[in-house]
Design a binder for this molecule. Structure first.
Ligand code: SIN
Length: 270
């Protein structure tokens, strides 16, 4: 695909591209928006350098791709409930997203995508890894693809968030989705189970479900499906949550890594 209003440099053949020549803090033209939608459809994760986003411009950028979602389990900022702080420092006991996951697949309509802006990054470490779930699906044998097509799986937030926020009265979301989903824009199939939220394939025994899910989680970790992003201050990552998983490394303790995330609402997987 060719782009006229900015430059797009792929980082791998399967996933990830850097975008040059665009200022996300300013209102974007229709043409820029159309090309960004083409670029995210083509590369699944886009990276931008030297951006200076305040909360309003961050939200305005997200709204180009859909309504903003309020996180179903983590509180947003007081004045900007659509924005979640992503922060780790010498006092942190955990960081968000340390295990492979797609965001909030526990929701009935999981997010379309997320936009993470980091203003402060450690001198070393703190990369984010992204994995293409198109590549993961495509690399399965035709027999395994046929086995998985039509199966559904439970995605539960309880075991993820209750230990972090032990609020006995709270109910966390739990939803059932197809194990293989079809992307509403590209029409391509991707694997839609992840080690953080998915607990059970519905149509088979617990033993069979555990074995298949463990195999798929290992399969998804293949480095050939991945791109690894080295953050600099004021970088932005925008990922399509419908066809990717990601993992935040925490290899920089006790340094500080800090920024904000906006999430774009999605639709019911099919
Ligand atoms: C997340 O899972 O959204 C956090 C990603 C990161 O901090 O790199």
């Amino acid at each position: 695909m060719s782009y006229e209003v900015f430059e797009v440099k792929p980082m791998t053949a399967r996933i990830g591209a850097e975008v040059f020549g665009i200022d996300l803090s300013r209102p974007l033209s229709n043409r820029q928006t159309v090309e960004l939608k083409d670029a995210i459809a083509e590369h699944a994760v886009l990276f931008f350098r030297d951006q200076h986003l305040d909360h309003e411009s961050h939200k305005a950028f997200g709204r180009l791709f859909g309504e903003l979602a309020i996180h179903s389990s983590v509180a947003g900022l007081d004045d900007h409930p659509e924005i979640v702080a992503i922060h780790a420092d010498a006092n942190s006991k955990f960081v968000a997203g340390e295990n492979w996951h797609s965001d909030l697949t526990c929701d009935a309509e999981p997010p379309m995508g997320s936009i993470l802006y980091l203003h402060t990054v450690p001198e070393y470490g703190g990369d984010t890894l992204f994995s293409s779930m198109y590549a993961a699906y495509d690399a399965l044998s035709p027999r395994m693809q046929a086995y998985l097509d039509g199966l559904t799986a439970v995605h539960d937030a309880d075991h993820v968030y209750r230990p972090l926020f032990p609020d006995v009265d709270r109910r966390y979301p739990c939803s059932t989705h197809p194990v293989v989903r079809t992307h509403p824009v590209t029409g391509k199939k991707s694997l839609f189970v992840n080690a953080s939220y998915t607990t059970r394939i519905t149509e088979v025994s617990k033993e069979e479900s555990d074995a298949i899910l463990n195999y798929l989680y290992q399969h998804c970790m293949n480095p050939n499906f991945q791109v690894r992003f080295r953050w600099k201050p004021h970088s932005v990552a925008f990922w399509d949550n419908r066809c990717t998983q990601h993992l935040a490394t925490w290899d920089y303790f006790p340094q500080t890594r800090s920024g904000f995330r906006v999430t774009v609402a999605g639709d019911k997987p099919f």
